[in-house]
Design a protein around this ligand. Sequence first.
Ligand SMILES: Nc1nc2c(c(=O)[nH]1)N[C@H]1C(S)=C(S)[C@@H](COP(=O)(O)OP(=O)(O)OC[C@H]3O[C@@H](n4cnc5c(=O)[nH]c(N)nc54)[C@H](O)[C@@H]3O)O[C@H]1N2
Ligand SMILES: Nc1nc2c(c(=O)[nH]1)N[C@H]1C(S)=C(S)[C@@H](COP(=O)(O)OP(=O)(O)OC[C@H]3O[C@@H](n4cnc5c(=O)[nH]c(N)nc54)[C@H](O)[C@@H]3O)O[C@H]1N2
Ligand code: SF4
Ligand SMILES: [Mo]
Length: 805
Amino acid sequence: MTESKATVSRRTFVTGSLAGLAVASTAGALYGCAPAAEDDLAATGETAETTPDTIAWSQCVVNCGGACALQWHVRDGKIVYAETDNVGDPNGLQARACLRGRSLRRWINSPDRLQYPMKRVGKRGEGKFEQISWDEAYQTIADKLKSVIDTYGNEAVYVNYASGVSSSTSRLFPRLANLMGGYLGSYNDYSTNMMCAGMPFLYGDTCSPYDNVSASSISEAQNADLIIMFGNSPAETRMGGANIAWDFAQVREKGGKIYHVDYRMNETVSGHPDEWLPIRTGTDAALVSAIAHELIVNNQVNKEFLDTYCVGFDEATMPASAQGQHKSYQDYIMGTGYDMVEKTPEWAAPITQIPAARIRELAGEIANAKALFVAQGWGPQRHSNGESASRAICMLPILTGMIGKPGTNTGMREAEAGGLVGSIPKGKNPVEASINCYQWLNAVDHGATMTAAKDGVRGADALSGGIKFMWNYGGNCITNQHSDINLVHDILQDESKLEFLVVVDTVMADSAKYADILLPDAMRAEQFHMANNGYAEYYLGVLVGEKAQDAPGEALPEYEFMTGIADKLGLKDAFTEGKTQEQWIEELYRQSADAIEGMPTWEEILEQHHFKMEAPAAIGFADFVADPAANPLETPSGKIEIYSERLDQMIAGLELAEGDNIFPIPVFDPGFNGYGSVNEEFPLYCSGFHHKSRTHSSYGGVEELKQVARQQMWINPLDAEARSIENGDKCRVKSAVGELEIEALVTPRIIPGTIGIPQGSWHEADMDGDRVDKGACINTITPYHPSPLAKGNGVHSLIVQVTKA
Ligand SMILES: Nc1nc2c(c(=O)[nH]1)N[C@H]1C(S)=C(S)[C@@H](COP(=O)(O)OP(=O)(O)OC[C@H]3O[C@@H](n4cnc5c(=O)[nH]c(N)nc54)[C@H](O)[C@@H]3O)O[C@H]1N2
Ligand SMILES: Nc1nc2c(c(=O)[nH]1)N[C@H]1C(S)=C(S)[C@@H](COP(=O)(O)OP(=O)(O)OC[C@H]3O[C@@H](n4cnc5c(=O)[nH]c(N)nc54)[C@H](O)[C@@H]3O)O[C@H]1N2
Ligand code: SF4
Ligand SMILES: [Mo]
């Protein structure tokens, strides 16, 4: 296992060096990604001396995005324990697994693995199934797919959003569907939905939360004297050894002062001595507006930057269509436009729960920063006003001109480096219509009434009908990860709406209980596989992994059963192009190795399995700032559009639900279930967050992880006391749409008035009885109210009551 000599790197590789390991263990231990430990040895009673000699490389491919490396130790054809990555520079280039990855064996070898194809025999959601043969499964699926297309057209076929498997050979249904005339498409994702909708109006069409053009690498924060993180917790959400948790640890040591703006003191804050600025959820835009007010009245905005690079800060740079109408950002802030309210710190204080004096102080620090690095996680945008909130946060670097220069960032989350290899091509989808990925339930329920103006249908003015056939591979977004599970349950009970649902999983996830046909998938460790690394901001990696053991029962790799279905449809040759999975992987790998300098040859990668190269660090919009005429943004004006004429025109054509608003500038708007919506019945705000115990619902079945990081509701002592709730008490949390049971964590690490529930816990309720969710899945209580612009999942705008159970 040697690192390719051709590896491009700014850093020195110190494979096996004691010095490197010592450095790594300090910060690694903090985030549970200690380097190169034989962590599972103790559990198996093995010692290093009796280590079995077969090692199979593999990866953790859930949507944490880390894609950490695993080396399975295999004895008698069975995985017995895991080592993780121990090759190369431990300083950020070892993809060391977190505790979840290190527990993967318990999932793979769990007796709860799905082992046989099954058909539903009970009601949808009941979880009653009967074993069938693969041949029957292939035939049933092929027949139903054909009949739905014949009866309703290709638009009635849908592929649900699902993020459970990242691999070059996964999620193959679209390839098959495209060979049959296509399927109803979907846009955006559950991660960044509101941001994806809003940000292009500000920063241009190519701006994405996953690029390295519109954002800076986190390493750039080392050159900043002030770093402000809005709802961004890499210590919880990018935990792997080659991920941002690691890189952020370097910032803490080398960079300037760090503020974390969050409704809870997240684990990234708790690891270092700088400041947590508690804020009410969904009100970041109010804080930003008040800071903007202070910068304006103290003459501290960077006028030169605003005049040169931006549109719409003040009247002088408003487009002709909006001149003289008091629609500029300055008009909004100073109370001369829009709601005519001056956005003073005194205005923002009761909204944000941050005292006015503290807001003034913070504005002063921002004005005096030599290099300001502002980054937002995706927590702030996962609210009903997320389209505006995410753009508003970017106003801090825009107003101060802290963009495109060393030590700065655009306000987006840190840059991502991208990937090295591609995946089996999906082909072209002949169907032009698409919906937001969060709108599938509406399209099942009343697709025929959905329009572009009202529901965000794209590629057509309206849908021709509803979804009748749905494919769900490696995802739990039917119930657990969607929202309003009780509503989903009721809609799916009516089999005249959704006629057929195929789910492919490895365990009986809550969504799987709704399948008409349920297929058992082989996991990565049970097949030859290849995948990129994920969220590592300046590390690019690819891993070609081996089969470590047989899949349980009759579980098959996806490529095999998809070929079986294609065969029944007479499309086998078109689907496979005569290639096996191994041959596809080789071809895809070779394509990249031929194009990217420094990648090992195919023969070399089969020996070394894992290849890593350092990606160049990025400064967001550096080219644009250096020469805006030569490198314009992809907005109509080529500039940063604080006021978007394009959005203003679009708003005019939309039909918004009552209470929903969109503005052409980044304002504070409370939104559905936002600030001010609490009442006697539901007096508390409630937000969710991504928890270290799981990756969404993945790993949710591993008992040991549940013990290590319990599913608890965070509640402030003030709110707990008022309800006689003590630490560890069992509580009920109720919203307008559902109720769950959860243990209380009474802690000053959360702001008063808001509770926090880790998302992803497994839903567990008697759906024919009281429906109280004993599994404490937050989506039992999140209402289904697509956000105004994205039509996305702003689900953490939520109001509840908490009582002792
Ligand atoms: N309230 C609330 N809801 C949320 C979020 C939130 O913050 N709050 N977050 C949202 C976000 S950002 C996302 S990305 C989504 C994620 O939602 P999902 O994409 O549904 O992700 P997971 O919950 O991890 O579900 C992955 C599924 O894939 C299965 N799986 C794992 N490995 C394999 C395999 O090898 N083969 C097959 N066939 N299946 C496999 C797992 O068992 C699991 O059922 O959730 C969203 N939902
Ligand atoms: N351990 C773990 N890691 C993961 C995942 C996981 O499930 N578990 N999921 C992965 C995926 S698919 C994704 S999309 C990412 C998700 O990454 P994020 O979306 O960034 O994660 P969240 O925890 O939802 O939100 C980040 C922070 O925002 C805070 N927050 C919530 N609302 C607000 C608000 O209104 N204002 C402010 N200022 N802060 C707020 C939360 O408390 C949290 O600390 O994580 C990835 N990594
Ligand atoms: S869950 Fe994420 S950080 Fe943990 S091992 Fe898997 S990819 Fe790595
Ligand atoms: Mo996500």
